[in-house]
Design a protein around this ligand. Sequence first.
Ligand SMILES: Cc1cc2nc3c(=O)[nH]c(=O)nc-3n(C[C@H](O)[C@H](O)[C@H](O)COP(=O)(O)OP(=O)(O)OC[C@H]3O[C@@H](n4cnc5c(N)ncnc54)[C@H](O)[C@@H]3O)c2cc1C
Length: 427
Amino acid sequence: MRRGDDPSAGAHLHRQRVARVFGMSLVIVGAGQAAHQLAASLRERGYDAPVLIVGDEKHLPYHRPPLSKAYLTEPMDADRLTIASRSFYDGANITARLDCRVSGIDRESRQIVTAAGERIDYTKLVLATGSRNRVIEAFERVQGVFSVRRIDEAALLRAQLDEARQVVVIGGGLLGLEFACAARERRCDVVVIEAGHRVLARTLSTVTAARMHAHHEHAGIRFRVCASVAECLSTDGRVTGVLCLDGERIPADLVVVSIGIVPNAELAADAGLDVADGILVDQHYRTSDPTIHAIGDCARIVLSTDRGSVRHESVQNAIDQANGLARYLTEPGYVPGDLLPMFWSKQGKIMVNVVGRTVDSSDAIDFVVGDDGYCRLCFTGGELTGAECVNSMRQYRHVRRLLERGNRATLDQFGGGRTPAEIVATW
Ligand SMILES: Cc1cc2nc3c(=O)[nH]c(=O)nc-3n(C[C@H](O)[C@H](O)[C@H](O)COP(=O)(O)OP(=O)(O)OC[C@H]3O[C@@H](n4cnc5c(N)ncnc54)[C@H](O)[C@@H]3O)c2cc1C
């Protein structure tokens, strides 16, 4: 039913009451990194209308990166992962409704519907629903098999790592290798199974990935590349190993599945919004309904003509998109520009920072940094497009500055072994 169509005075009053509670409100679905940043950024920019965050986890927004790293290897209280305390949200007049799943969007009446059937009005709706882990059906519900996205899942994995001896990680991406390093640090035998012909194929150049592979092998992690899993071996419902398609049986008392994510776009799709491996948004983060925006892991930005679309899965992306949307909502005429992709990964003692486009570059310059670092500068058409920096934070910051400033650094400028720091100094 449309607003104003209902002739019943009682229903009208009820609508008004609901509208008074949440009227003119901005509602964010999902209480993760992007949701927190958007709410905080809106308040910083002087947005004073009600802001409501509705999330299905029990926790206030928290940092996910430690869940595959320090949280598994160091004693760490879950509270330390919280991005901001309850008093921050109270003080900023941001309402956080937790443990509350949103099951539908009624676009006609501009309301979200919770799993408990409650209807909440919105004036602007922002979908920040993130993503969920891809699963392997055959491994589901077998004890000792983990797939970590949430803090509760990481807590269970951490507890079982106390007892584990043989760990198999399925998936040689960034997170898979982080889990492998954490398990190795906990003194487990670790085997990584990767279906592709090399690890880190989606995120790092062949050269940097090969260096990482070698480093991890040296630390005792074993790899099976070009290997696919066929079956989860178990006894009495408890994992005992993994059977590969080539017949190899790899014993395991703990398995971590880390084979990528699926954007949480069903809420949008069910509401009739355009979706294709993510919720499609324009450069203002508007979905096909201009009152609804989407940011973070769940959003796929359709770029201007002929440039296709992109969806990023990183903390920096969630933060940048949230800040861009906050600015767009508070500054008339502001058009968010293209964002510079950035992510990091901490694998044991290795810190990898990546900025810009690297995997598909046509040229590269590699140089060693200090005792254990290196930096790979990537170029396309002779222009600097990105860098992969391993244990070389300083060079990373300089490349980032070069790319953020929009200065067109060229391959020629890096002749004679000049570093990004030296180039920046000349500008
Ligand atoms: C283990 C792990 C390690 C990572 N490490 C790194 C790293 O080192 N570096 C890096 O850059 N990135 C890392 N990431 C990725 C990074 O955490 C994400 O890109 C980032 O959290 C995305 O933010 P988001 O707000 O889009 O989604 P999320 O932070 O995932 O938040 C989305 C929230 O929405 C909730 N939600 C979904 N649907 C509904 C619904 N219908 N109703 C209510 N709530 C809903 C979800 O439960 C979730 O709480 C890591 C991720 C994981 C899981």
